[in-house]
Design a protein around this ligand. Structure first.
Ligand code: AKB
Length: 307
């Protein structure tokens, strides 16, 4: 299968590209910055309509994985650029995919699409959604757009409401859930970490290998099995910064975390703590393989302790 990725240099793209190559796909990985990947790459600004159109014409992908985004924290700092990338470029890409006859599109939504009036525990698939951050507003609008394009243009867009994603090898930036990755690296490198969220802010999280497996399971599911055309809820585990700190201390007993919440605390507090992902389980066989101890084990295997 010929596939094209946007934003392939990010946390998800970096793990998804090798998974697609292992699946035997012909992969064109694009990003705003040049990439050094063992596949074809191109520099692509997703807000440049002509450039996206031309690449779709030249590469003729069957599937597009549209990962380019400005995360929740960064979108608050650069609201107009955030909206351009997270919503306007996504709309444009969906239109160009229809024009180019692309078969399937993956586009990630997020728990940021939920809001303070969404039930925080075991959040259902179709709850009240009133996101307070611009990133979440764009994600919710994108979900509606995905469903609209499916009904109106038969564009097979598939999506997941990703929780925080934790994995080695790539330091995420601009997100609210990034603390979970940063805490591992700073524990090893400095022995301390200053966390921008309160100690007890519990959030849903997913290990990167589970996230990639979920994307592939969803994209390989027969279209007639999919009952959710906006974005599927998906859950792995929940933990707070303090719970992660305690896990890390099992490996590095001297590790200490300082808590200095910034503007991201408000975003995190408006997001759920745990998610009901029964639709994903029923429709395409989702179940996570990693809980918090397994996630830590995997991270310690990947991060050299004396770097
Ligand atoms: C963020 O924190 O902005 C992202 C997300 C939850 O989508 N990781």
């Amino acid at each position: 299968m010929r596939v094209l990725l946007t934003g392939a240099g990010g946390q998800i793209g970096q793990a998804l590209v090798p998974a697609l190559l292992r699946r035997g796909d012909e992969v064109l990985a694009t990003d705003i910055k040049s990439l050094d990947y063992p596949t074809q790459t191109a520099v692509l600004d997703v807000t440049d309509t002509q450039a996206v159109r031309q690449l779709l014409r030249e590469w003729r992908p069957e599937e597009v994985y549209h990962l380019a985004a400005l995360l929740s924290g960064r979108s608050e700092e650069k609201p107009h650029q955030g909206w351009q990338i997270n919503f306007t470029a996504t709309w444009q890409l969906f239109e160009l995919c229809v024009e180019a006859g692309v078969k399937r599109v993956f586009w990630p939504s997020s728990i940021a699409a939920f809001g303070p009036h969404t039930p925080r525990h075991n959040t259902p698939q179709y709850p009240h959604m009133d996101p307070i951050g611009l990133y979440g507003i764009a994600k919710l609008a994108g979900e509606r757009l995905a469903e609209y394009f499916w009904h109106k243009h038969h564009l097979d867009v598939r999506s997941l409401r990703f929780p925080g994603i934790v994995g080695p090898g790539h330091l995420p930036s601009g997100g609210t859930t990034d603390f979970a990755v940063l805490m591992f690296y700073e524990a090893v490198q400095k022995g301390t970490y200053t966390c921008y969220l309160d100690a007890d802010t519990r959030l849903p999280m997913l290990y990167i290998a589970d996230a990639i497996r979920a994307v592939l399971l969803l994209m390989e599911a027969p279209a007639e099995k999919l009952t959710v055309r906006g974005a599927y809820n998906i859950h792995g585990m929940s933990f707070s910064p303090a719970e992660l700190e305690a896990e890390i201390r099992k490996k590095i007993p001297s590790f200490r975390c300082v808590y200095a919440p910034d503007f991201r605390q408000k975003l995190a507090e408006s997001w759920p703590e745990s998610i009901d992902d029964s639709s994903a389980r029923r429709d395409w066989g989702w179940s996570p393989h990693y809980d918090l101890p397994a996630l830590c084990e995997a991270m310690w295997q990947a991060i050299p302790l004396h770097s």
